[in-house]
Design a protein around this ligand. Structure first.
Ligand SMILES: NC(=O)c1ccc[n+]([C@@H]2O[C@H](COP(=O)([O-])OP(=O)(O)OC[C@H]3O[C@@H](n4cnc5c(N)ncnc54)[C@H](O)[C@@H]3O)[C@@H](O)[C@H]2O)c1
Length: 318
């Protein structure tokens, strides 16, 4: 039996693949090494994999390839993480995000239901809550007013997921991730951009003077939640997966300044229309249904990230 991880060469997917490699099921990673950020980082993730992991280079929109994968391997579980990420990048690329994130996910769900997959985990995002006016976000809060094509494409997938469960009985758990960060993180996201800016004395832009708040979730905690979801078929569920303690971007930068021992050069810009004021996870459902119990505080997680960065890039500050 095998677990298929799409997007497994990427940030969260590669952490998940490494964690699952020691389990009873074999692990297959499908990724097209997309160029949204430097594909060499994804190749390096894959090069460091446990040799038992099978890596297939290909696109989730490729129906023939997907069909072949399901025929050749006894895939019983799918963690579907492949996506075009990046809220701001999606602004000019609506069609691409609809194609990869929505259509690609439906291609995979369709194969999964035809091949009697036992469990399908679909990665979604806290961005579906848009500018929700109640905090912390509960799964029942309105999520139909996304601020950009990226969350719109993910919200559409959530609805397809329900229809595939309803019609075909596919077990699907949709996980709404909240601002995931950690070692080998995405270079387009603040946790690595901030280190780079502070180290190299480059100005860094914070929206609204760093006032916006984000609920940062350490990657090991997220992966623990994904594995728990893979292990527990529950019909159809949408579940928030986040730490549950938002911090302002200014507080976030101060933690890094203390770790690195240098001040950041901060520029303020008005927040663009794509940015909600806050993301704040109510993770009660994840705690109840998945035994989710996030362990890593923001200060600890940024320290792990900084330590990883130092050893990865040979930074010696003495
Ligand atoms: N990192 C976060 O904070 C965060 C927050 C919310 C949701 N998510 C979701 O979690 C998932 C993983 O995110 P990540 O941060 O690891 O991003 P990532 O970009 O590092 O990983 C996504 C992977 O999908 C691959 N991919 C893209 N298009 C593909 C296609 N057509 N076919 C096959 N593979 C393709 C990419 O090459 C990449 O390796 C995504 O679905 C993302 O939307 C992430």
């Amino acid at each position: 039996m095998a677990t298929l991880i799409t997007g497994g060469a990427g940030f969260i997917g590669s952490h998940l693949a490494n964690r699952l490699a020691s389990g009873a099921d074999s692990v297959i990673v499908l990724d097209n090494f997309d160029a949204y950020y430097d594909p060499r980082l994804k190749r390096a993730n894959v090069a460091a994999f446990d040799p038992s992991i099978l890596v297939v280079e290909g696109d989730v929109r490729d129906e023939l390839l997907i069909e072949r994968l399901f025929r050749q391997h006894e895939i019983t579980r799918v963690a579907h993480l492949a996506a075009m990420s990046g809220v701001r990048n999606s602004v000019q690329e609506g069609r691409l995000y609809a194609d990869v994130n929505t259509s690609g996910s439906v291609t995979l769900m369709d194969a999964a239901r035809r091949h009697n997959v036992q469990m399908f985990v679909q990665a979604s995002t806290s961005s579906v809550y848009g500018n929700a006016n109640q905090i912390p976000f509960q799964e029942s809060y309105p999520s139909d007013y996304p601020l950009a094509p990226y969350p719109a494409s993910k919200r559409a997938v959530e609805m397809f997921a329900h229809s595939y469960h309803h019609l075909f009985g596919l077990n699907i758990t949709v996980l709404r991730f909240f601002n995931v960060y950690g070692p080998k993180g995405r270079p387009d996201m603040m946790p690595l951009k901030a280190i780079d800016a502070i180290l190299h004395d480059k100005p860094i832009t914070l929206y609204d003077g760093g006032d916006l708040k984000r609920d940062w979730t350490y990657v090991d905690d997220t992966v623990q939640g994904v594995i728990a979801a893979l292990d527990r078929p529950m019909g159809f569920r949408i579940i928030n997966l986040g730490y549950g303690a938002p911090a302002s971007l200014l507080e976030f930068m101060q933690i890094y300044e203390n770790l690195i021992g240098k001040k950041a050069i901060i520029r303020s810009e008005p927040a663009p229309l794509t940015e909600p004021r806050i993301t704040y996870c109510d993770n009660t459902l994840a705690r109840t249904l998945l035994g989710f119990d996030p362990q890593v505080t923001l200060a600890q997680g940024l320290a792990h990230t900084w330590n990883w960065y130092r050893s990865e890039y040979g930074i010696d500050l003495r």
